[in-house]
Design a protein around this ligand. Structure first.
Ligand code: B16
Ligand code: MG
Length: 219
């Protein structure tokens, strides 16, 4: 039986992707690297450094950067990103998520957060959702990013449950792969998640309810 949930943050609980994209776009402009919407999509669920590497790899000039220069660029992007997320309030919780969390806790399920974002704790504070979760995996402790299962394994350990008792929620295909690798039941949200064949799937967060999950599980 399912007893808990591991949640991705960006794209499931709130849409911070637009702020990540704006900050990376700005940095790419500074570096003279042409931006495309496609690259913006690829960055979902990918760590800060891996995102920077992906952007630099699209530079037709193939300019090389030292580790120190890359750290400075990543810091610059994050400083800009943090000014953008300063405006986040509980109104920015994606539709249906607050009522799903309330219902879930009411019925005795537990939840933890498996976000690649080092900013996740401060975003949850701004959304006033911190108390809903028993814990947040610290991405600084990870040796591999999504699609490696590590982050969902750790989020499952925070719940003190077996993988078979857990549903993981994700909007990114790399995240769905990570959930499956951790042996949890994958619940995908949106078209990008669908490509990784999650066991459960919802087109948008609005339709996410315990009842709708039960309907899909019994099919
Ligand atoms: P930070 P998630 C991910 O969040 C974002 O989707 C991804 O675009 C971002 O690069 C990553 O967090 C790291 O974020 O720079 O704040 O540490 O989807 O795993 O909740
Ligand atoms: Mg996500």
């Amino acid at each position: 039986d399912i007893k808990g949930f591991t949640f991705d943050l960006d794209g499931v609980i709130t849409d911070t992707a637009k702020f990540h994209e704006a900050a990376w776009h700005d940095l790419a402009d500074d570096l003279g690297i042409e931006w495309s919407a496609e690259i913006g999509n690829h960055l979902k669920g990918i760590s800060r450094m891996a995102s920077l590497d992906m952007i630099l790899a699209t530079d037709p000039q193939g300019k090389q950067y030292s580790q120190e220069e890359k750290q400075q660029l990543a810091d610059k992007k994050n400083a800009h990103y943090r000014t953008l997320i300063a405006t986040v309030t509980p109104d920015d919780i994606l539709p249906g998520i607050k009522s799903f969390l309330d219902d879930m806790l009411d019925k005795g399920y537990t939840a933890s957060v498996a976000s690649a974002s080092k900013n996740a704790p401060s975003i949850l504070e701004k959304l006033e959702l911190t108390s809903y979760f028993v814990g947040i995996v610290d991405p600084a402790t990870l040796t591999h990013g999504k699609p490696n299962p590590e982050i969902f394994v750790k989020a499952g350990e925070l719940l003190n449950l077996q993988p078979s008792q857990i549903i993981g929620l994700e909007d990114a295909s790399a995240g769905v792969e990570a959930i499956k690798g951790a042996g949890q039941t994958a619940l995908g949200i949106g078209s990008a998640a669908k490509t990784a064949n999650p066991e459960l799937w919802f087109d948008k967060t609005e339709n996410l309810t315990l009842n709708n999950i039960k309907k899909q599980l019994s099919v």
